[in-house]
Design a protein around this ligand. Structure first.
Ligand code: ATP
Length: 339
């Protein structure tokens, strides 16, 4: 059995997570994956019901599972995801951005991955705020920069072999340190091209020439900001997925939030579903079992086919379909392909 803890979250979360679980149950049967799902409540609804956004019992279920599939969480995101990243030392935040045929995007051939350090920088949260001052410490350490740089260069080796290190070393020496340590790691990868770029220029290049990027390696805060810009580039934040990983554990979540402003029945489930596909890919490496990779690819292909076909799209993509319509189409496609 492969134990997957599940945080259904808030807003559209329960709807798109349940929809995704339907697809996962289907591929688990077809590919004999032995997936078992364990409900681990967390978020605003959980806070209201149990008095805690991340109860101890949920934390234990998550920590003892093989991986976690997380839906979006509302106002308590900091108590849930920021805490889990630190608690499980999920130091690498991997966010792929790729254009889909059939979906309107700013450019056609966008295909890059943001590799964001997940545990330090200004988001470490070492702060002091008084009536007349506010101070936040920008912390960058060699050990944590080396391990995220290694993740980025390893990934680049399996892709188009280019890493762009993002920093703001012309103003802050801490970011110059980040760049220099990352460059040192990069010297071990003779087949990977490396460049470095100020974050303001990166924000500009993402708009005017996004095709130039393969792997974007960035400290925590810049990665947070550039990710939303990147999501805008590919057409809808509802199509974006991400992984938070360490050597031993992976937590997978869409980039988007709980979307409290829309009717959950019409939420786009595809970002959450691509997140599940990413989880299966990671499990295939971890368990060295190819069935997980096959199931992952099958889900991704189903998503691409539904988007290219264009007849069953949710309102964020210009269609009128419900979440359930999209998921039924996906399951139909996967069943047909399997036979
Ligand atoms: P939160 O406050 O939890 O971060 P949010 O809705 O304020 O959530 P985002 O999730 O980043 O922030 O959403 C930005 C916009 O995109 C919102 O208008 C939201 O309704 C829409 N959106 C986000 N995800 C989806 C989705 N899966 N399907 C449809 N629309 C979405």
């Amino acid at each position: 059995m492969v134990r997957i803890s599940v945080i259904r979250g808030d807003g559209i979360g329960p709807k798109i997570v349940d929809a995704t679980l339907k697809v996962l149950e289907e591929v688990s049967d077809l590919y004999n994956l032995g997936l078992e799902f364990i409900d681990a409540p967390a978020g605003d609804n959980t806070l209201r019901e149990f008095g805690e956004a991340l109860p101890r019992s949920s934390l234990e279920k998550i920590a003892s599972s093989d991986a976690c599939l997380k839906g979006p969480v509302g106002e308590t995101a900091k108590d849930v995801i920021v805490y889990l990243r630190q608690y499980l030392d999920l130091y690498a935040n991997i966010r792929p951005f790729k254009t889909f045929r059939g979906i309107k995007s700013y450019r056609r051939n966008i295909d890059f991955v943001i590799v964001r350090e997940n545990t330090e920088d200004l988001y470490r949260g070492v702060e002091d705020v008084g009536p007349d001052h506010a101070v936040s410490l920008l912390i960058i350490t060699r050990k944590r920069t080396e391990r995220i740089a290694k993740t980025a260069f390893d990934l680049a080796s399996r892709r188009r072999k280019k890493v762009t290190i993002i920093h703001k070393g012309n103003v802050l020496r801490s970011y110059l340190f980040f760049r220099d340590v990352a460059l040192e790691v990069g010297r071990r990868y003779s087949d990977v091209n490396v460049e470095d770029m100020y974050v303001d220029n990166a924000a500009y290049q993402l708009i005017v020439n996004p095709e130039r990027f393969d792997i974007i390696l960035t400290p925590n805060m810049f990665g947070d900001i550039l990710s939303d810009e990147a999501a805008g580039l590919i057409g809808s934040i509802g199509l974006t997925c991400s992984a938070n990983i360490s050597e031993r554990y992976g937590l997978f979540e869409p980039v988007h939030g709980s979307a409290p402003d829309i009717n959950p029945e019409y939420a786009n489930p595809l970002g959450q579903l691509l997140t599940a596909s990413m989880m299966l890919e990671w499990l295939s490496y971890k368990k060295e079992e190819t069935e997980f990779m096959e199931a992952s690819i099958q889900i991704r292909e189903a998503v691409e086919a539904i988007l290219e076909n264009g007849s069953t799209l949710t309102p964020d993509l210009g269609g009128r379909a419900r979440t359930d319509d999209v998921i039924n189409k996906i399951i139909e496609y996967i069943r047909k392909k399997f036979i």
